[in-house]
Structure formats: C-alpha cells, structure tokens
Design a protein around this ligand. Structure first.
Ligand SMILES: [Zn+2]
Ligand SMILES: [Zn+2]
Length: 321
C-alpha cells in the first residue's frame, strides 16, 4: 500500500519535473484554431496559445476556443492574458464563451480574478458592451450559484506598437501590420522568452514592418489566403478579400526575408465565392509558396503544437494526415 503511494508520488514528481524542464527551456505554441470566418469543423476560429514559463497567453479568441482548451485539459483560469490582433468578428467570436464559461465552477473554468485583455482601440468599448450584453447571466449566476464576481471582471488595455506585456520573464511586443486602410490598427505580436521567440502575423497583407519585428525569430506563424486565378478575374468580392490578406507567393517572400527556423501557416483562407469555381487546395498553397521560399514550412492544423527551444519540434494531433 505504502509502496504504491510512493510509486505514485515518484511518478507525479517525474511528470512535474519533465514539464517544468520543457517550459524552462523555451516556448510551446498550440494552434487552437487555424481557420477564418469560413465555418469549418476541422478549422476553428483563429486562436493561438503560447506557453512560456508560468505564463499562458492567448492570441485572438475565435470560434471554439473553450472546446480546444478543454481538449488540452487546460482550465480557462490558467490563461494569464488575452491579446487581440484586431477586432474582426472571426478573431473575437469565441471570447464571450471563453470569458463566461471560464468563470463557471467546474474544472474547465474556475476563474476567480479579473481577466486581462489587450487589444487595439475599441477593445475597451467591446468589453464594456459585452458586460452589458451578458448582464442578466452575470447577475443571475452571482445570486444563484454564488460564483465570485471578480471572476467575471475584465481589465481591458488598449495598446499601441511596442512592448505591451512583461511578466515572469516573458515579453510580448505588439507591432503594426497592414490589414487594409479601414482596419487600423491591426497588430502582429512577438513573444520572447529565455532567448527564444515566436512571431504571430495577425491578419495582414505583405508587411515590411512585420519583417522588421520578426528579425531573428525562431518561428513565424503567418496567415495566408488564396483563390483560383479564374475566380479573381470575375469576382470583385474575392479580389477585395484576398486584397486584405497575404497570398502564398507573398508569404514565401516574407519567410525568405525573415528566414525563421520554421514558418507555419495559420488563419488559412482557401477562398471561393462562386459554386462553379473550386477553392484552392492546401497543396496549391504549398506549391505557390515554394515559388518564393525553400526553407522549413508547416501548414498549421488545429491542435498542432510547436515546441521552441534548442530545436523546434512539431507535433500533429493523432488524426493528422
Ligand atoms: Zn481574420
Ligand atoms: Zn481580419
């Protein structure tokens, strides 16, 4: 009896030691959602979790975030802060669910302190108005379920380009990207920890500023959008959408300039607006990228992880192709 308890304790301490060692050495990135507004079961809304030391940082909060977090058995209260790249609905649609589901008492929730949220101008307004939209739920649960009111509080920080977060050895830098004339500001983010770094492009066209802020980074997570040339010839809608994003050829140019240890596609838009013209495939995206970039490249997939330390290791979920 005592021996089995001892064995159990040894097993537990071994696990804790292993995970502490991993995190002390670098960053772990998990793609929670690699999609866009297109409602696909295999690609949830854009969201990326970056774990560094004791920090768990959530970048964007698209459709389905609480589901993906709980697939990882990460309770919402463990997320240290949320960072929005911009306020397009595909990047924030999962936020009310993450915020309020994360406040509930079961193991997936349990947030009892205010949620820290960083984003562009407009973030404060959105948070105030979400609080109004969900006022009945918040009032009822405090009275009925006795959940701590502080767990439903949000501390919103409106940011500009520069270092926006520095805690427990983790530094987050926001930088301006170019998502189109009417979508300003739109941010990308760089996370530095223990001599390693990861850059997230957010939504952007080809951006010189992104290249500047990505210098020397280990991993560059970049959005991509593609449509068949025959669609772009006839559809103004398709031209407009693709015009707000980065084509595979342009993304390849960015990767070629930055030369990260690994380039990863996320926020993958395979567009068609016409039932008669099919959307491009992932293989199309890859081969177009190869016209301008020959370095390491992975096409992101929901729940794919990238461990960034002395080496960069990619793990795909078991169902991966
Ligand atoms: Zn988007
Ligand atoms: Zn957008």
């Amino acid at each position: 009896m005592e021996q089995s308890i001892l064995r159990g304790m040894l097993g537990l301490s071994l696990i804790l030691f292993t995970s502490a060692t991993t995190f002390a050495q670098g960053l772990k990135v998990t793609l929670l959602g690699t999609g866009s507004p297109i409602p696909l079961v295999e690609r949830f809304g854009p969201s990326t979790l970056v774990e560094a030391g004791t920090e768990k940082l959530l970048f964007d909060c698209g459709r389905g975030v609480p589901i993906r977090l709980w697939q990882l058995k990460i309770p919402s209260h463990e997320v240290s802060a949320v960072f929005f790249t911009h306020l397009h609905s595909d990047h924030v649609a999962g936020f009310p669910d993450f915020w309020l589901t994360g406040w509930l008492p079961p193991p997936f929730g349990q947030r009892a302190t205010p949620l820290q949220v960083y984003g562009p101008i407009g973030t404060q307004d959105m948070m105030v108005n979400l609080r109004k939209a969900y006022a009945a739920d918040i009032r009822i649960r405090i009275a009925d379920e006795k959940v701590p009111p502080q767990g439903a509080a949000i501390l919103a920080h409106e940011i500009t380009e520069g270092v926006v977060y520095e805690r427990n050895g983790v530094k987050v830098t926001a930088f301006d990207v170019d998502h189109g004339a009417l979508i300003k500001p739109a941010f990308g983010y760089r996370v530095d920890y223990g001599g390693h770094s990861v850059v997230l492009s957010g939504d952007t066209r080809f951006s010189e500023n992104l290249i500047r802020f990505s210098k020397g980074t280990d991993v560059l997570l970049h959005e991509v959008a593609a449509a068949k040339p025959e669609l772009l010839k006839v559809s103004g809608d398709a031209q407009r959408i693709i015009g707000h994003h980065t084509t595979p050829e342009d993304a390849g140019k960015v990767f070629d300039r930055v030369k990260p240890k690994l380039a990863v596609y996320t926020h993958i838009v395979l567009l068609t607006t016409d039932p008669a013209i099919s959307a491009p495939t992932i293989e199309d995206v890859t081969s177009l990228t190869r016209k301008t970039y020959s370095g390491p490249l992975e096409v992101g997939q929901d729940l794919m992880t990238i461990e960034v330390g002395a080496t960069v290791q990619v793990r795909r979920p078991p169902s991966a192709r």
